[in-house]
Design a protein around this ligand. Structure first.
Ligand code: FAD
Ligand code: NAD
Length: 474
């Protein structure tokens, strides 16, 4: 047996996704001795199978939906809409490849000696053993380590009955066409975005949840609105009772009790699992790093510095299980990389106000503290809520986008904006307005001093702010 080659580095970054690449670049500012380890394909989850292809599919669905719903404006498309699933998937993939190309250009610019392609595992808290993709093994002794290994779909055992017809987001974005019918399990962020866009592109969609939740929403008023709205468009049971999943000749047969209590059997081409993601910590022999882990086996880390219980090990991105979003992965990667590079000179990095958007229609957004986080204070009257319905909001009605509700949370004693949840028009833009105000620690009165044009959807935000203000002074 050949002896295992060992190299020594100041910093090793495991994973070359968004967080890992940001960590690499940041650490390089302090030391030249940085190496990245990547076991899979370069290009990042976001560009290859995440944010970008999902938004491309949604864009195609929106185009179809707009044409199909133009009649109320007196604009008719004679003969209806013709959707070419092949052309839809062609654009999704070619534009996706363009985005991936930009990431790959960045990776190409990293010197070859800084890149190892292989799967890393901890041998001890300073040593990584790498199974090289080209074959063989390499040990890397590192003074500091950044774990940035991302996450992957979590698939319940039960779904495996669908055998080769069980798919996740990665598979959908490699399709050349669209199927006739799918069952989407998980009405969370991925399920809503992919399920609704497939529906609008002509796929029959049944969506099944467990536990009752729709999207990431925690506010009961917004939640009820969302459930009702999506259920008008496709079969949605957030608390489904599915008794059997079976791979049959033509696809997958699913038996369930519907919301009226009737037994139903459907035949679909694919079962789409969108039931959350699990961190890639289980493939790292993490126990050898002697880190403090939480109940999910994820290293506990300080969100300001991304430092774990081993002072020389940092973590960033989805694998940290803090906020599995793209901009957070980039921020956390920079913080972890800065600190791994400058170690032992550890500094807290920039943390921004929480913001998240679901690109469904209507869109969903959340900013700052959630309703759930504030529930006790709301109950005690220390936090007030103000709201607006978009059903009669001027600009929303003009555009026939008049569906939705916004709820704002503010501290009664100070009037400070604490958070908001919404389903409705232009939620992606309203989320930014509110998140910027939140990060500036603005009060509701200060926000009302800001300009509002006419007629715009933001006038609805003003209505909700006024409602909140009236409860602060009450
Ligand atoms: C369908 C979908 C849609 C999404 N849409 C959005 C959106 O619209 N907006 C948004 O903000 N977020 C979105 N996200 C979330 C976003 O994509 C992630 O938060 C982000 O990509 C995480 O980046 P990361 O660097 O942590 O992980 P990744 O980009 O997954 O990088 C981790 C890397 O580590 C590698 N790796 C794993 N284990 C090892 C090992 N042992 N050794 C070496 N390498 C290893 C992997 O191969 C991978 O390349 C979406 C996600 C999905 C799935
Ligand atoms: N627009 C965006 O920013 C965006 C888009 C997609 C994904 N993401 C990120 O990816 C993460 C993962 O997304 P996700 O949708 O997989 O997770 P999620 O946690 O948002 O949703 C998972 C859903 O699956 C349900 N579920 C769990 N077990 C189930 C079962 N056995 N049967 C049926 N339903 C079940 C849950 O109740 C939940 O509703 C998100 O939390 C988000 O951070 C973000």
């Amino acid at each position: 047996m050949q002896p295992i080659r060992t190299i020594e580095k100041e910093v090793v970054v495991i994973g070359s996704g968004t967080a890992g690449l940001a960590a690499y670049r940041a650490a390089k500012q302090s030391t030249d001795s940085v190496v990245t380890v990547e076991s899979g394909a370069y290009g990042t989850t976001c560009a290859r199978v995440g944010c970008m292809p999902s938004k491309l599919l949604i864009a195609a669905a929106e185009a179809a939906h707009t044409i199909e719903h133009s009649n109320p404006f007196g604009v008719y498309s004679k003969g209806g809409v013709e959707i070419s699933p092949e052309a839809v998937m062609d654009r999704v993939k070619s534009e996706r490849d363009r985005f991936v190309g930009f990431v790959l250009e960045g990776v190409d610019n990293i010197p070859a000696e800084d890149k190892i392609q292989g799967r890393a595992k901890f041998k001890d808290s300073h040593t990584l053993s790498i199974n090289l993709n080209e074959g063989g093994q390499l040990d890397v002794k590192a003074k500091r380590i950044v774990i940035a290994t991302g996450s992957r779909p979590n698939i319940p055992e039960f779904f495996k009955q669908a055998k080769d017809r069980l798919v996740v987001n990665d598979d959908i974005f490699s399709w050349n066409t669209l199927p006739k019918a799918v069952a989407v399990f998980g009405p969370g962020v991925i399920g809503l975005e992919l399920g609704q866009s497939m529906k609008r592109l002509g796929v029959e969609v049944h969506m099944f949840g467990a536990g009752g939740k729709v999207g990431p929403i925690t506010d009961p008023v917004v939640h009820e609105y969302a459930e009702k709205t999506f259920a008008e468009e496709f079969y949605l049971d957030p608390k489904a009772n599915v008794s059997s999943i079976q791979r049959v000749d033509d696809g997958v047969e699913i038996q369930f009790t519907d919301k009226q209590g009737n037994e139903q059997t459907i035949l679909v081409n694919y079962l789409v699992a969108a039931t959350g993601r699990r961190t890639n910590t289980d493939n790292l022999a993490i126990e050898n790093a002697a880190l403090d882990l939480d109940a999910f086996g994820v290293p506990v880390a300080d969100p300001r510095t991304m430092q774990t219980s081993q002072s020389h090990i940092f973590i960033a991105g989805d694998v940290s299980n803090q906020l599995p979003l793209l901009h957070e992965a980039a921020d956390q990667g920079k913080i972890a990389g800065d600190n791994a590079g400058a170690y032992p000179d550890i500094k807290p990095g920039l943390r921004r106000s929480p913001i998240s958007v679901v690109f469904s229609d209507p869109q969903i957004m959340m900013v700052g503290s959630t309703y759930q986080q504030l529930a006790e204070q709301i109950k005690a009257g220390d936090v007030v809520t103000g709201d607006v319905s978009f059903e009669n909001q001027g600009r929303s009605r003009v555009m026939l986008k008049n569906k939705g509700v916004l709820r704002i949370y503010a501290e009664k004693a100070t009037g400070q904006l604490l958070g908001a949840e919404m389903i409705g028009p232009s939620a992606e833009n309203i989320a930014h307005l509110l998140a910027w105000a939140h990060q500036q620690a603005m009060t509701i009165d200060q926000m009302l001093e800001m300009p509002f044009y006419h007629p715009v959807i933001e006038e609805g935000v003003r209505t909700a702010l006024r409602d909140t203000a009236s409860k602060i002074t009450a």
